[in-house]
Design a protein around this ligand. Structure first.
Ligand code: UDP
Ligand code: MG
Length: 310
């Protein structure tokens, strides 16, 4: 019998877990053609998440738990799960029931048809501030222009991955992970399934605007060096402009003997150039920072305990 793993990263999800488990249990009990493994990764939760998971594991042997030593972030928690699932395919979903388990049977039929990455695409983005929507649009634009693969829009981590995709994901050990991009980067035969993403059932989204902006910068810097080129081109344009400017004013002074005027112009030019330089150094720094993090070669996560030890 084929085995399906469901992988759920959880960070302070004690409130939502019982309802999620009920849904998953319903799913596993109806889809009897498969063996099921429900893999919960506790990403260093500080609430009762781990206790709830322990209870679930005692009640149902299909529940596996992996508890990380602290909060490593969702991207790393996902990798921890991917490293440890044993299924022939894995369904990745969030703990807050925003990713409806009712979609899984449809994903499984596509998987049986030979698709290796069946991803769920949101029909709309749900309740979300306008500025967040605008930034996300901008982000996808940049990614589309700067990379060779297509980064799927309105697609989150909710998807079914075949064993081959799991193995490919296991090979990607970079530290500042951007899984959404990595899932697209690995390729394989993809198929979309449309769904309406609800709002969180309990609690609040852990993603603040800043953490999303950071994720976007991570996304861009892990897949393209286009910003470096951008800095080079801006630098070249400004240098050329400044050179023409210089020639013009020197000739003017030599011919007409004008005294130098325009303190304001001078200050604004200096400030503008300073800004451009800082921006370019910042961009350079982003990449050097990534080299630094990569060079340390630290593991992406540390496991504290695992249900197979209990
Ligand atoms: N999550 C995690 N570690 C974190 C933050 C979030 O494992 O540091 C999990 C969280 O428990 C949930 C999923 O990642 O299952 C998505 O989180 P959330 O609902 O806060 O994000 P959103 O749905 O807004 O993308
Ligand atoms: Mg959520």
């Amino acid at each position: 019998m084929k085995k399906v793993s469901v992988l759920i990263p959880c960070f302070n999800e004690a409130q939502t877990l019982p309802a999620l488990y009920e849904e998953l249990k319903k799913l596993a009990d109806t889809q009897t053609a498969y063996d099921w493994e429900l893999m919960f990764v506790d990403d260093g939760s500080v609430d009762a998440t781990l206790d709830v998971l322990k209870q679930l594991h005692i009640k149902d042997e299909r529940v596996c738990v992996l508890s990380l030593s602290r909060n490593f972030g969702k991207e790393n928690a996902l990798l921890a799960g991917i490293d440890n699932v044993s299924g022939d395919c894995v369904v990745v979903m969030d703990a807050d029931l925003q990713d409806p388990p009712s979609l899984v049977p449809e994903m499984l039929t596509y998987w049986e048809d030979g698709y290796q990455d069946v991803y769920a695409k949101r029909r709309d983005r749900g309740r979300e501030p306008l500025i967040r929507k605008m930034f996300s649009l901008l982000f996808y634009r940049i990614m589309a222009h700067a990379t060779r693969f297509e980064l799927l829009q309105n697609v989150g981590d909710f998807r079914l991955l075949d064993r081959q995709c799991i193995d490919a994901m296991r090979c990607l050990r970079e530290t500042e992970r951007y899984n959404k991009g990595l899932f697209c980067w690995i390729g394989f035969k993809k198929k979309e399934v449309l769904f309406d993403r609800g709002n969180r059932s309990e609690g609040e989204s852990r993603w603040s605007f800043w953490s999303l902006l950071n994720l976007a910068i991570d996304g861009i810097t892990s897949f393209t060096t286009a910003p470096l080129r951008f800095a080079t081109i801006i630098g070249a344009i400004i240098a050329l402009g400044a050179f023409c400017f210089l020639v013009f004013y020197i000739s003017k002074t030599l011919i007409f003997g004008d005294p130098v005027q325009g303190f304001t112009t001078l200050v604004s030019v200096v400030l503008f150039l300073g800004g451009v330089q800082l921006l370019s150094i910042g961009i350079l720094g982003e990449y050097i920072g990534r080299i630094y993090n990569e060079a340390k070669g630290r593991p992406n996560y540390v496991v504290k305990e695992c249900s197979s030890d209990w």
